[in-house]
Design a binder for this molecule. Structure first.
Ligand SMILES: [Zn+2]
Length: 301
């Protein structure tokens, strides 16, 4: 009896480290396995999403809503460009893969104004040069959510917002003519409008926005404006980053301001805060030749 016990304890002593190691290995394996499963699930989810989005023929049937897969949105109305505005229960996911498959450039024009800060105002899209009457194409298949006019000299002027199966919404502003109606289904590349100069615009151009659940993304992160192609087939939306970008704070930490005093110059301010005049101009949406007003706030960070 004793002998058996001794033998047994001896075995335990001998094998204990091996058992512990086996546990560690099992844990490592399980973790790796879990991770792989998660990645696979993500891939399958995406695959399912893209299958249901792209492989399905566009259903023109009124009863069947081809946007049933767009479970990130719970509503369909034309109240605001930001579909989440006033909807406190909507939650933007922390991370989401967005397919750029089938993308068509609405207009291949020179970038006349990028996304970013412009005179204390965030420019939430990119401006592309065009001539009044040029065809404006829709970026992907989708459905027209908004067709409105903000007025002759106000905001977007004549504009359209289209919701796409990939979860993005595109905004087309300053149009001279809208060729589609609210709730219309559209096919990628379809001419949905003619370019113009309506709204708050100083020359004919297309104001183009890409939004995910109302968050305006920087088109320069999505598209190559030399080739007019998407940078990637798949864009990884990360809420934290996207919100910082939308506020113009990405990579810049918290904004900081200098109050202009008598005798201040942009060069002097740049020197004081170890930055450049160029950067100050970019941050504040001003020209280097701008005359500063005493008491004015200049963002330097
Ligand atoms: Zn614009």
């Amino acid at each position: 009896m004793n002998r058996i016990l001794v033998k047994y304890s001896l075995l335990t002593v001998l094998f204990a480290p091996a058992l512990v190691w086996a546990d560690v290995v099992t844990d490592m394996h399980q973790n790796r396995h879990k991770q792989l499963m998660k990645e696979q699930e993500e891939a399958v989810r995406f695959q399912m999403m893209s299958d249901s989005i792209f492989e399905q023929p566009c259903v023109a049937d009124e009863e069947e809503d081809p946007y049933g897969n767009l479970d990130v949105y719970s509503d369909w109305d034309d109240a605001f460009v930001d579909p989440l505005r006033g909807k406190s229960d909507a939650v933007i996911p922390d991370s989401q893969y967005i397919s750029f498959r089938g993308y068509v450039m609405p207009i291949c024009g020179k970038v006349t104004s990028p996304y970013g800060w412009r005179r204390r105002r965030m420019h939430k899209g990119v401006d592309l040069r065009l001539a009044v009457g040029d065809s404006v194409r829709v970026a992907w298949d989708g459905r027209v959510r908004i067709r409105k006019n903000q007025g002759r000299r106000k905001g977007y002027g004549l504009y359209l917002v289209v919701r796409h199966p990939n979860g993005l919404e595109t905004v087309y502003g300053h149009l001279s003519k809208q060729l589609v109606n609210k709730n219309d289904s559209v096919k990628a590349g379809q001419v949905i409008a003619l370019g113009g100069n309506t709204g708050r615009s100083t020359g004919p151009h297309l104001h183009l926005e890409f939004r995910f659940m109302g968050v305006a993304l920087d088109p320069a992160e999505l598209l190559d404006f030399n080739t007019f192609e998407p940078k990637n087939n798949l864009y990884h939306f990360k809420k934290k980053h996207a919100l910082l970008v939308q506020e113009g704070l990405a990579g810049e930490g918290d904004a900081a301001y200098h109050r202009v005093k008598k005798g201040d110059t942009l060069g002097g301010i740049a020197w004081k805060y170890h930055t450049s005049v160029e950067r100050l101009c970019r941050l504040n949406g001003i020209r280097a030749s701008k005359t500063l007003r005493i008491g004015q706030r200049i963002r330097y960070k």
